[in-house]
Design a protein around this ligand. Structure first.
Ligand code: ADP
Ligand code: CDP
Length: 212
């Protein structure tokens, strides 16, 4: 079984995807981390974020098993990731690896921006997780503060809006709701309530598949 979860930054998709993977005994891939890993490797190399050839070389070196969320969680890395994510060659190479991960038994939960539309269009369940920009900025600011960072709510909100705009308007694989995705707005749901709603949606999809 493949579960595809898409949505904007800090909507709660990663939290939900991890819990769904544990609940249903599936593997988990945070595809945002793959873009973050390429962006960070480029920055460490002193290369420009517009250097498509250098970025494509970096993709070959990304080891999905070795990606460390904490090391890649910096605000600036997320911003850089959304810049290299517009490069078609980078996307093609990463999508190929993400698809291979998804198709290995017993299946997987993947979260990102284009999972239901591009990476796994045949996923059994597609969720589009969203929340208002203000709720997302609050969550991300608290998350950063808990890690000892000192970003302000206003800066995070401005950054999320910029990233939403870039992710939604790029030419290749923009953030979009797949026609067969279920929309889940978590603005007024806490983590447990959002998870329970997601489990109900997956259970219903499995029942409907069993009925054939
Ligand atoms: N439904 C929710 N209500 C409140 N906080 C949430 C909810 N879901 C996730 N969070 C918190 O918001 C932050 C961002 O969540 P995350 O899952 O990393 O989002 P995304 O993967 O969409 O960027 C985390 O600190 C997480 O604990
Ligand atoms: N499947 C994906 C996942 C991420 N991305 C890009 O990578 C950036 C960082 O993704 P992320 O999921 O780590 O970001 P957060 O939502 O955690 O802040 C996003 O802003 C997107 O531009 C993408 O283009 N496609």
């Amino acid at each position: 079984m493949i579960i595809a979860i898409d949505g904007p930054a800090a909507s709660g998709k990663g939290t939900m995807a991890r819990r769904l993977a544990a609940h249903f005994g599936l593997r988990y891939l945070d595809t945002g981390l793959t873009y973050r890993a390429v962006a960070q490797a480029l920055m460490a190399d002193g290369a420009s974020l517009d250097d498509e050839q250098a970025a494509e070389r970096m993709v070959r070196d990304v080891d999905f098993e070795a990606m460390d969320r904490t090391a890649l969680s910096e605000h600036a890395v997320g911003e850089a990731a959304s810049r290299i994510a517009v490069l078609p060659g980078v996307r093609t190479a990463l999508v190929e690896q993400q698809r291979a991960f998804a198709e290995e038994p017993p299946g997987a939960v993947l979260d990102g921006r284009d999972i239901g539309t591009v990476v796994c269009p045949h996923a059994l369940v597609k969720l589009f997780v969203t929340a208002t920009p203000e709720a997302r900025a609050r969550r991300r600011t608290e998350e950063m503060a808990a890690r000892g960072g000192s970003v302000t709510y206003d800066d995070v909100l401005a950054d999320l809006r910029r990233r939403d705009e870039r992710d939604s308007t790029r030419a290749v694989a923009p953030l979009a709701v797949a026609p067969d995705a279920v929309l889940l707005d978590t603005t007024d749901l806490d983590i447990d309530a959002a998870f329970r709603a997601a489990v109900d949606i997956v259970d219903a999809a499995v029942r409907s598949q069993d009925r054939g």
